[in-house]
Ligand binder design. Structure first.
Ligand code: GLU
Length: 264
């Protein structure tokens, strides 16, 4: 299978912004093993800004754009250094792909990007994609960014015609209510379609349920669905579950891709 996996900042870093070494080592070990089993992987990894904040010893996430972009430039470097080292440990090759909104919106650039990613997969490398936060900015009044990596991961999944998109989050999946506040909250194992009812469960961005950003994950699920790609939201703290997800065992919440999309 061709699998796109989105790793978020909260999975990769401690609250301090410093690298969560145990977590990232565990994840890359499983990613490498999935590759050894014959799967193709693309990672969409956040963490550039978070790691930059940690490395520059900034007091918190910067509010101003230049500092945010500077932090991203520093953190992206540390992030790729870490992935490169860890994948090399298991004899795999990491490749950095940084892009902006224009690269996925403008048809010519989108086609180039698709070619690069496809070629990297043919060469057996692991493309590690992130937004080029050091240059992408919406502050100049032009929309150049994608904005967040849930959407980016779904765009990448549709670009490479992935069979599966896995979004690693800090909760187990989509619940009927906020599991941190409501003991009767149940995990929803399968979502056939992102209806208004499902969207209501996520609330707006910033709701307690959406601390992992559930609203953007549902947006990603819609993009993946149209591309005929299943999407699973699972807990990034339980990396061993990735084996089950790849094997089709029910884990987290699975959003079914439109079945006819791929044959069109
Ligand atoms: N591109 C951002 C970063 O690497 C993260 C965007 C997101 O978390 O969705 O820090």
């Amino acid at each position: 299978m061709r699998i796109v996996i989105k790793v978020g900042t909260s999975t990769l870093t401690h609250k301090t912004g410093r690298l969560n070494i145990r977590r990232v080592e565990g994840l890359v070990k499983v990613f490498s093993d999935l590759k050894n089993a014959g799967h193709q992987l693309v990672l969409v990894s956040s963490g550039a800004i978070g790691l930059g904040v940690g490395k520059l010893n900034l007091p918190g996430r910067p509010a101003d754009m230049p500092t945010k972009q500077a932090a991203a430039a520093v953190g992206q470097c540390e992030m790729m250094y870490t992935y490169d080292q860890l994948f090399a440990r298991y004899n795999h090759v990491a490749a950095q792909v940084l892009l902006t909104g224009e690269d996925v919106r403008e048809p010519h650039r989108r086609a180039n990007l698709e070619n690069t990613l496809t070629r990297l997969l043919e060469l057996n490398a692991v493309p590690i994609v992130n937004e080029n936060d050091a240059v992408a900015t919406d502050e100049v009044g032009v929309e150049t960014t994608i904005g967040e990596n849930d959407t980016l991961s779904a765009v990448v999944a549709s670009l490479v015609k992935a069979d599966l998109l896995i979004i690693l989050s800090d909760i187990d999946g989509l619940y009927t209510a906020d599991p941190r506040k409501d003991a009767s909250a149940r995990l929803i194992p399968v979502v056939m379609e992102v209806t208004a009812e499902i969207e209501a469960l996520a609330g707006g961005t910033g709701s307690a349920l959406a601390s992992g950003g559930m609203a953007t994950k549902l947006k990603a699920a819609k993009i993946a669905r149209e591309a005929g790609c299943d999407m699973v939201i699972a807990n990034g703290q339980k990396e061993e579950q990735l084996y089950d997800i790849a094997a089709g065992v029910p884990v987290g919440t699975r959003f079914l891709g439109r079945r006819t999309a791929k044959s069109e």
